[in-house]
Ligand binder design. Sequence first.
Ligand code: IVH
Length: 702
Amino acid sequence: MKAGDKTGAQAEIDRLRVEIEQHNYRYYVEDAPSVSDAEYDALMRKLQELESAHPELVTPESPTQRVGATPLAAFGAVTHAVPMLSLGNAFDEEEVRAFDKRVTDTLRSSGQLGPASQPDYFCELKLDGLAISLRYENGKLVQAATRGDGQTGEDVTANIRTIRSIPLQLKPGAPRVLEVRGEVLMNRREFERLNAAQAERGEKVFVNPRNAAAGSLRQLDPRITAQRPLRFFAYGWGEVHGLANRQTGLFDEPAPGVRQAATLPRESHSAMLDWLAELGLPINTQHNRKATGADGLLAFYARVAKLRPTLAYDIDGVVYKVDSLPAQKVLGFVARAPRFALAHKYPAEEATTALLDIEVQVGRTGAITPVARLQPVFVGGVTVTNATLHNEDEIRRKDVRIGDTVIVRRAGDVIPEVVGPVLEKRPADAAPFDMKKKYPVCPVCGSAIERPEGEAIARCTGGLFCAAQRKQTLLHAAGRKALDIEGLGEKLVDQLVERDRVKSLADIYGLTVEELAGYDRMGTKSAENVVRAIDKARTPTLGRLLFALGIRHVGETTARDVARHFGDMDAIMDAGEEQLLEVPDVGPAVAASIHRFFAEPHNRDIVEALKRQGVHPVAEAAARSGGLSGKTFVLTGTLPTLTREEATSHILAAGGKVSGSVSKKTAYVVAGADAGSKLANAQKLGVPVLDEDGLKQLLGME
Ligand code: IVH
């Protein structure tokens, strides 16, 4: 191409713009980039060079023009041509059934639905961000506005243009006017990263991803917004004018004042979303689903509830929409919400409450964990009174103080945690928390607390002298994955340790029905059961016994591998680090930890005492012949009947291994519903993929 060759430059510029926007889509929408950052940057640079040589060819839709250089003085007001409504809420099954009944009755009596048919719905995630309306004219993004009061919002066009997943130019076939409605949000992980960076710079931290997204969009300087990791999903539309004739690519102009329903190209909400996707807009296709009747809605709700803790972003519910647009029209609106749609909410994952005190818990390995004592609060579906504060550094980083009002988070089955203080509500006399001052020594045993340089965790140095460590050690040993002693739970262990009846694991095996029957909350019957369970635990597998000893860094899988390799306890006790390193998957930290453990005379004494009590581990079950020995499995998605834990334990029992990531060495990927990138990787690497039935067959479970 010759310099100054305008048509050549125009063609090259057009080509680069399309290519760059395709990469934006792959990166920001599909999460599957197909070029490296360097290649992407090179394309951008080339476009910038061409545009500075031909400034007359610069258009507002060029990817180089996403970030404006001049801050605004204030946001203008935008009146929505079609109001932005809200949704009616449901909090339980009954309300969902009532909604479905109202819809069904109305549609049947209007003839939209046969007397025996059930309505078809489209189900979506209720994204916890902020609603935005994007206005495209002749395919170009001309305006973006917040919801505001539903009638009038703020003009945030300059900021919205910085969001890479939002097309500045729609694909061919766009109508003359198209208002796209959707949600702007921030991924949780990126929110946390943003907050950490904000805190480091001494700037404002945000309480949750929604506030971070809203705060980022309310920046008067779009250069700041451009640095915030915002995303967008479209879920609806407002004004639509003059739909394109999709065969000819020409616009068929409607008569002035005629709009939408009559001229919509598709007859259903889901088909409309497909069309928006074809125009280049990001739609949450991975999770959206069709469903029929109330049972279909409730099944969607239950499935998404399981998925919720694994999503990259926060949702506060799901949304059900009657799919047929003519049916939506019949149903109409009530007050400011449609009768054809419903938000079904999940229990909030975050709530605020008073932080009454900070105490510490001593774990099995002596780790000191600060725990927040809270004014009871209902969050994540349960009443929470305690929440973890992780460690001393976390308390300092979050600057959480006794007396603060704090945000508590409980997502899925995860332990509740304190997210941070609500600074506006801080009492004037709240002092920074000083862990060393409040807990100079272990509050359980009075031993010194040590915190090695460079480590986040402070530890009680009391070892098994510390009652807290002893209790946790015993509970660990009695656990299901270790010696599996049913009935030896917290209440009993507390009493055994407090009466000093049990000093080490071996003492458990000397317990009698007579003495246990006299303990609190124990009768003869339960005492007999516990003693029987203890008896059964005299012949654990070697791997379980090794795991029960609670050696640092030795999980159940490592314990099993080591047991298989050495075959008996004496060999393990006498193994040097080098020999331990011969076990597949055992690295230096694990080898050193096992070696150090058995170098301690009192640990060897425990093993000897166990022998004297008649504890004789049996050899680890060899992998079945022709079985799964050494084969690595990767699980992804939700299986129809097996939980992830169940599938894992079946595979382990058959001699296989389970790993979290797919590589060429993976033998099988077991994929269920909503399998993600692991499935894609398996396909790329040619790793065989099984469904649940396939797995069961392989395991001989069928
Ligand atoms: S539809 C006519 N779909 O929820 C109703 N809203 O409570 C238009 N939201 O302001 C909304 N995800 O900010 C719809 N898949 C989804 C949604 C969704 C999140 C938000 C939206 C709206 C609010 C209504």
